[in-house]
Design a protein around this ligand. Structure first.
Ligand code: AMP
Ligand code: ZN
Length: 113
């Protein structure tokens, strides 16, 4: 499968790692939209949150959500932060491998939609 984030997970494309374990990888976004901007991806290919079901892949999504406070704390964004996952064309998803953006390090603009 020709997937950018699968290649990053496989180490075929370099990334600036924030955290890694057997289930997930977190790395800095190449084009940060805030002083702190990193992405968290499951190490299995899931297209987007739209493809989460009651099977294994839901466990990956829950695992990521539970890890976010720890990873945010490691990046010193105690003042607050934002978590975003884009889904599909209209949702603005450009990489079709489930990922959660974590943004912080400044007072973020409120712009939804
Ligand atoms: P999305 O638009 O939600 O699919 O987000 C994809 C994100 O991946 C964007 O914020 C990009 O800046 C980021 N991105 C693209 N290529 C890379 C890369 N090689 N390393 C890190 N982040 C990347
Ligand atoms: Zn993938």
């Amino acid at each position: 499968m020709d997937c950018l984030f699968c290649k990053i997970i496989a180490g075929e494309i370099p990334s600036k790692k924030v955290y890694e374990d057997e289930k997930i990888l977190a790395f800095h976004d190449i084009n940060p939209a805030a002083p702190v901007h990193f992405l968290i991806v499951p190490k299995i290919h899931i297209d987007s949150l739209d493809n989460i079901n009651d099977g294994d892949n839901a466990d990956y999504a829950c695992y990521i959500l539970k890890k976010i406070p720890e990873l945010a704390a490691s990046q010193n964004i105690a003042g607050g932060y934002r978590v975003i996952t884009n889904i599909g064309e209209d949702g603005g998803q450009t990489v079709k491998h489930l990922h959660f953006h974590v943004l912080g390090g400044k007072k973020l603009d409120i712009k939804l939609g």
